[in-house]
Design a protein around this ligand. Structure first.
Ligand code: SF4
Length: 358
């Protein structure tokens, strides 16, 4: 039987200092975990053997291991990660911008990356377009399992601690349905002596649990939010996201208006465009009206079909017409090219594929 020990990555430095003495050892351990990405106690060279033995009875360092990874031609790498209890989930390494090299071969800026993390094994929300939803809900991830996704991917890609990285809570699961552990992970990521990833580099993406949007706002963690809106009327949205019955479009928009947003930031609205469902200009018009008064950015996402789905990918022409309508009516709008289109890019696809083969 698998036993789950707590991970040192479940805790802030201050919390660890309350449990482990002397404090300077905690600073060294933090350095091993977040500067050198140590996976176990053996790698922590300057920690006394007796202390490592004692700690390893109670804790693990990194609670994850890589089961599989798929790399796309655009630089996206999708990881299937196993936890101590053998359950698996996914994290994705996304290349957002290529490195820029000047004519003398000097690096003007390095390539920029974003890591997409999971927050649950499975999901309760049940979106009709989502493979994760089809497997039902298994359990919440611990804060350490969320933090370890970033550490594991940075280590695997030899991405130094001081290189900037963005985090999006957009993998498997609904982050706000696991709010306490997500909030703890946000704090651990922000630690100055840890990974030092500020709130403005972290985006919590939600399917719209409006009451939890308020709770996250009250925590004042300085993070961005992204809303998976996907539809402009409640009927279609409930078809796509059944939870919309309890948290309808109006309640989400009102919660967003209450969320503490840095005046320099915009709220991201994700709009998954599905052919003949929500790709018409009538929907674009309603969207403009709905977002009136919010400093918003709309991200149009091509629906990425997978085997067995009835939904279809929209045409690029329809996407562009939709985008132009929004821009002409004062909204910021981008079309997100599906990263990793040649691999299993929608959430839950790699897990399904690998475990289907086992
Ligand atoms: S799309 Fe996200 S919120 Fe919806 S079921 Fe899938 S994992 Fe859950």
């Amino acid at each position: 039987m698998n036993t789950m020990k707590p991970s040192l990555m479940d805790y802030t430095q201050k919390e660890l200092m309350e449990m482990i003495k002397p404090s300077f050892r905690v600073k060294q351990i933090f350095n091993w975990m977040y500067h050198h990405y140590a996976e176990n106690f053996d790698e922590m060279k300057n920690i006394p053997k007796s202390m490592k033995e004692e700690l390893s009875e109670k804790f693990v360092v990194n609670p994850l291991s890589i089961v599989n990874k798929e790399e796309s031609s655009d630089g996206t790498i999708k990881y299937l990660l196993a936890m101590q209890d053998g359950k698996t989930m996914e994290a994705v390494w996304l290349k957002m911008k290529d490195a820029e090299i000047d004519c003398e071969g000097e690096t003007v800026h390095e390539a920029r990356y974003t890591i997409c993390v999971s927050t649950q094994v499975g999901c309760k929300v049940g979106c009709s377009f989502c493979l994760t939803a089809k497997g039902g809900f298994t359990r919440d991830l611990t804060a350490g399992e969320i933090v370890a996704q970033v550490v594991t991917l940075k280590r695997d890609n030899e991405h130094k601690r001081n290189r900037k990285i963005n985090i999006v809570y957009m993998g498997m699961g609904e982050p706000l349905d696991n709010l306490n552990n997500v909030a703890q992970a946000i704090k651990i990521f922000k630690e100055d002596e840890g990974l030092c990833i500020g709130g403005k580099r972290q985006t919590v993406s939600t399917s719209g649990l409006s009451t939890k949007i308020d709770k996250l706002g009250e925590m004042d963690l300085g993070v961005h939010i992204a809303i998976s809106l996907h539809a402009v009327d409640d009927e279609l949205r409930t078809e796509l996201i059944p939870m919309n019955k309890a948290h309808n479009i109006n309640s989400i928009i009102e919660a967003v208006k209450r969320f503490p947003i840095d005046t320099r930031k915009r709220v991201m609205f994700e709009y998954l465009v599905i052919k003949d469902k929500n790709d018409d200009l009538g929907s674009a018009k309603k969207l403009v009206k709905l977002l009136h008064g919010i400093k918003a950015k709309v991200n149009l996402i091509f629906f990425n079909p997978y085997e067995g789905t009835e939904y279809k990918r929209p045409t690029r022409a329809d996407m562009v017409a939709f985008q132009e309508y929004l821009i002409n009516h004062g909204l910021l709008c981008t079309i997100r090219d599906s990263k990793g289109i040649d691999i299993s890019a929608a959430c839950g696809q790699l897990k399904e594929k690998v475990e289907g083969e086992i």
